[in-house]
Design a protein around this ligand. Structure first.
Ligand code: 5RP
Length: 260
């Protein structure tokens, strides 16, 4: 029940709840990955079950696909959908231009799905806002073949870039390398500060062996930010004004919202 959640989970929950207002019957929706996106999937499942929302979901990870099916959302592939009305996903960082670092390890599918959508909405708790991207490690999905050579090429490329750190680590899952849904490895770049995210993204994607990086440049249209006290802000790249709402957690577990 929402009222028993930690402040950070309440923040994620209200952002996700607000995002459901952008999903209308008949829509095809990209479903992101991570804990905030999981709240979204649960909220959408509730609307499908209790309010007759008709929608189809394109998940961005095997984990999201499982959850979506569990909560009663019809799951289709991106190739079946071809194009989506909206995709809604979490993030690890967003800046004032709504550029993102998405570092959870599913960014390849997430970026393909977001790019194939009329608009991308990001849902985030307030801790994800940064002045400059880069404190969160930037993931690169790389193919396993020759990954150590790819790592060396990446490190050489970083020497010429406007970044503050250059350490690169192979993401692990216990004792073994982490394997993405596409069967690839993830290299995490510890850059601390990324001076020119657009340039860095282009440079990294040119390296053979790199499949995709976790920078989302000019892809996100709206960031919905949740706070632990139920406040929600909607930052739309095409609007000067920030829309503000507050959700109140009622004893019965339901939510009540009002414009601020
Ligand atoms: C998965 C992601 C996630 O959206 C990102 O890591 C945010 O996760 P969370 O909502 O759990 O904080 O990019 O690849």
């Amino acid at each position: 029940m929402p009222s028993e959640l930690s402040p950070i989970d309440k923040a994620k929950f209200v952002a996700a709840r607000k995002a459901t207002e952008y999903v209308k019957s008949g829509m095809k929706v990209g479903l992101g990955s991570g804990s905030t996106a999981a709240w979204l999937v649960q909220c959408l499942g509730e609307l499908v079950r209790d309010e007759g929302l008709r929608m189809k979901g394109v998940p961005t990870s095997s984990r999201t696909a499982r959850l979506a099916r569990e909560v009663g959302i019809e799951v289709i592939s991106l190739d079946e959908a071809k194009w989506l009305d909206v995709s809604i996903d979490g993030t690890d960082e967003y800046d004032g231009n709504l550029n993102l670092i998405k570092g959870g390890g599913s960014h390849l599918q997430e970026k393909i799905v977001a790019t194939a959508s009329d608009r991308m909405i990001v849902i985030a708790d307030v801790t994800k806002k940064v002045e400059t991207l880069g404190a969160f490690p930037l993931p690169l999905e790389v193919i396993p073949f020759g990954w150590q050579t790819t790592k060396t090429l990446i490190e050489e490329t970083l020497i010429g870039m406007d970044v503050l750190g250059q350490t690169t680590t192979l993401r692990m899952n216990g004792d073994a390398p982490y394997i993405s849904d596409e069967g690839n490895h993830i290299l995490d770049l510890h850059l601390n500060r990324i001076g020119n995210p657009r340039q860095l993204s282009l440079m990294l994607n040119q390296i053979p062996g790199v499949v995709e990086n976790g920078l989302f440049i000019d892809i996100c249209d709206i960031v919905i930010v949740g706070h632990g006290d139920g406040r929600v802000e909607v930052h739309d790249i095409n609007q000067d004004q920030v829309e503000k709402t507050k959700f109140d957690f009622l004893d019965d577990g339901n939510l009540f919202s009002e414009d601020m």
